[in-house]
Design a protein around this ligand. Structure first.
Ligand SMILES: *Cc1c(COP(=O)(O)O)cnc(C)c1O
Length: 428
């Protein structure tokens, strides 16, 4: 059976494959570069697990209090070794990225302290954590104030703005690596490093924390390699490798991690407790797969950008820009295109392919939202997924894909769906 006939059985027509082939040929050198980064990171992860002396017994978890959990200690030592930090907290009890970030902030700030965001407006869910939008339990409720250094007009970190927002009360500076769902560039680790050097040269005493969500393994260094005191992220994204069913991590200085541990569990208990049940094996295995899964997602993002550019749509970042996260924005300027895109992605999923996504109201959002995801881990945006608010300019945010082959199929299916509905025409 030829590849073409398998694609045909799955609903991808010859003209769509034909349009994709030259795009793919053109991307070959980019993909080789991504494979090189994956190779470096794969070796770093293996090296980290070897350094942490992970044995078969480390894969077996604990119940109850989780005392003497050698697997949990090994997992945390592996993360610390990979990120080159003194220590790490990696737990299934950290429920998601927002929780990991909230924990890192709430445990390292005290009443009277001030937090500064050096990368402009933070990720949506952090607004309630900080208290930018008044919320029960926010940092603001505990007397922790907030300032924000806006980005410069090109969307990059502004040293000038940081300098004018640093106050004697500033205790922690947060930098968000990924653009999240804003239209600003994602910062490279080297840009983050320059900002950290600048902040520490003015104020060596402040903690610099990086929201590393979506960024892990996309480059061959991490923000902790360029001076970050703490890097924070979700195991439902890159470092979970699609296998970890839950969890979050905080890697950083011994003091920052200890502060987070006593807040997650309890003063006096810290890292000593926390059962891992049956979760260590997928958490380790997901970490092991993280570099190649991330590479697959990055290839999908670049392919999506390249083919939709060829079809006449605006992409962000564009297909030739360097990548520092896995998110791809495509602007359609028409709602039917956004809906067709999502329905195509959904139809390409191994799970829930028979479900049709439609725009709907969502708590916390002003406009209706459409989402496509057929995932093994519920809600995982490390898996092939797309979402966006139904309003001008009708931009879809596409990300993930546990394998490059699945990402490619999903993107072809989205193109096919639009073609079938007369939303686009293929170039001659
Ligand atoms: C996803 C994400 C978060 C929040 O993580 P959740 O797991 O969705 O709570 C925070 N910051 C950035 C940049 C993200 O991409």
């Amino acid at each position: 059976m030829s590849l073409q006939s398998i694609y045909k059985d799955l609903g991808i027509s010859e003209p769509v494959l034909h349009a994709a082939n030259p795009v793919l040929a053109h991307l070959a050198p980019r993909f080789r570069h991504i494979d090189e980064i994956a190779e470096e990171n794969q070796l770093k992860v293996i090296g980290a697990m070897q350094k942490a002396h992970i044995g078969e017994a480390s894969l077996i978890g604990t119940t109850g209090y989780g005392y003497d959990d050698i697997g949990r200690e090994g997992l945390e030592a592996s993360y610390a070794a990979y990120f080159h930090t003194e220590d790490a907290l990696v737990r299934p009890q950290i429920t998601c990225g927002t929780h990991a970030l909230a924990l890192a902030l709430m445990s390292n700030l005290r009443p009277g302290d001030e937090m500064l965001s050096a990368s402009g407006r933070p990720y949506d869910t952090l607004e309630e954590v900080i208290g930018i939008r008044p919320s029960r339990g926010s940092l603001a409720e505990y007397g922790i104030s907030y300032r924000q250094a806006d980005l410069d007009s090109d969307g990059h970190i502004s040293f000038e703005n940081i300098l004018s927002e640093l106050t004697p009360k500033t205790r922690l500076v947060e930098i968000q690596r990924s653009r999240g769902y804003l239209t600003r560039p994602t910062f490279s680790v080297s840009e983050i490093g320059e900002a950290i050097d600048f902040i520490h040269s003015r104020r060596p005493d402040v903690i610099v924390m990086v929201d590393n969500c979506y960024g892990e393994f996309t480059e061959n260094i991490e923000p902790s390699d360029v001076g970050a005191d703490m890097v924070v992220g979700s195991l439902i994204k890159n470092p979970g490798g699609g296998l970890s069913p839950t969890g979050g991590y905080i890697a950083g200085t011994r003091e920052c991690v200890e502060n987070a541990a006593v807040r997650l569990t309890s003063p006096g208990l810290g890292k000593e407790v926390g059962a891992t049940c049956d979760l260590l094996r997928p958490m380790f295995q997901g970490f092991f797969f993280g570099p190649t899964v991330t590479a697959s997602a990055v290839k999908g993002a670049i392919f999506a950008a390249a083919i939709y550019e060829k079809l006449g749509f605006d992409t962000f970042p564009n297909s030739s820009e360097e990548r520092h996260d896995i998110v791809q924005a495509i602007t359609f300027h028409r709602p039917d295109a956004m809906i067709a895109f999502c329905q195509g992605i959904q139809a390409a999923s191994p799970i829930d392919s028979f479900v049709t996504p439609y725009p709907d109201d969502m708590p916390g959002y002003v406009s209706q939202v459409i989402m496509a995801a057929g995932a093994f881990v519920s809600g995982s945006t490390m898996e092939l997924s797309a979402d966006g608010p139904m309003r001008e300019p009708y931009t879809i945010y596409y990300q993930g894909g546990l394998t490059w082959q699945h990402a490619k199929f999903g993107i072809l299916k989205s193109v096919q769906t639009m073609l079938d509905r007369g939303i686009l025409t293929l170039p001659a």
